[in-house]
Design a protein around this ligand. Sequence first.
Ligand SMILES: NC(=O)c1ccc[n+]([C@@H]2O[C@H](COP(=O)([O-])OP(=O)(O)OC[C@H]3O[C@@H](n4cnc5c(N)ncnc54)[C@H](O)[C@@H]3O)[C@@H](O)[C@H]2O)c1
Length: 361
Amino acid sequence: MATMISNFVRKTRTAFVLANETSRVLCLSNARTNSSFVGADAEGVNPQHPKILITGSLGQLGTGLAQVLRQKYGRNNVIMSDIIKPSQAVKESGPYLFADILEFKTLQEMIVTHDIDWIIHFSALLSAVGENNVPLAMRVNIEGLHNVLELARQYRLKLFVPSTIGAFGPDSPRNPTPDMCIQRPRTIYGVSKVHAELMGEYYYHKYGLDFRSLRFPGVISADTHAGGGTTDYAVAIFHEALKHGTFNCYLRPDTRMPMMYITDCLKSVAQFMEVPDSQMKLRTYNVTAMSFTPEELAEEVKKYVPNFTITYNPDGRQLIADSWPEVFDDQNARSDWGWNHEHDLQAMCKIIFNALMPLYK
Ligand SMILES: NC(=O)c1ccc[n+]([C@@H]2O[C@H](COP(=O)([O-])OP(=O)(O)OC[C@H]3O[C@@H](n4cnc5c(N)ncnc54)[C@H](O)[C@@H]3O)[C@@H](O)[C@H]2O)c1
């Protein structure tokens, strides 16, 4: 309680919150004055040490991003949260809290108690998982987004919500897919991400919310297992190649999709969060690093596992992949704020095999 009061006074936010089980009526005056602490900007946020909350942080991207941001802004300034139990390593790495994205009051309390400045909103059900549980995907991906949007508006937080190649659909140009084009996705995941892009931009224009979004391609990592997306084959293939020398791919050999190594993905978020508003011509940008097919990836894998074989048995994910971009156009991110990837297919495979080979031996 003492911490809450001191945070309340320090930032001179005045909040009168009336909430009940069925409806939330919030009257909140964000009377943030220029902060009294040195180095703070007009919003009272110290740009050197923003306090950051990551939702859904125990997934493929969150744990790595927490490490990157903790190196930049300090261990205790980055709070990881999720609804699952953290590993011992996560517990020892810095603050971790339970937070269900559907519980508005829990999130609100965390923001006030921990004096949060930025939210990185990673909680989501990914494409393949979402198609198998549409009602839950609607709740987590849409209701959850509404909660963070409202909280970010009311407490004047900077908000990052990732989008995806899945925000495009069969009517979008697929090679290349620019930032601005028709978006009619056919998955609940894609629909929820278009909704997030539009709602974030609406809040930006209507309330001045500092909403930022990057559309990621398939993100590939060695050390974390992927969370049920359509591009997951490009993570699983390395483990299967080393464990069994063979891989049964759920996509056709010629299915081209944009991809990115996780280090580049995390770097893009860290860099993008610091881009001055004046440099941003869009609130949502495409970012990518490469595009390849399962067949091309298999050829690269064979350089490390010479007897590797791959079979192809397309399942429901093929339909999703067929409606997504083949090549992503991220020229705007590159020219507006200097986005640049470091890893191509060869560099990525080298890093991943170097990391995994000792483990499987
Ligand atoms: N990984 C990719 O290839 C990729 C590509 C494009 C966009 N993205 C986006 O990046 C974000 C993170 O992706 P990821 O791959 O780490 O996903 P993930 O599925 O690995 O992790 C998502 C996390 O959300 C958590 N979560 C689920 N329900 C929740 C709830 N009710 N409250 C709080 N947390 C909940 C899960 O426990 C999980 O840890 C997602 O928004 C995703 O759409 C990821």
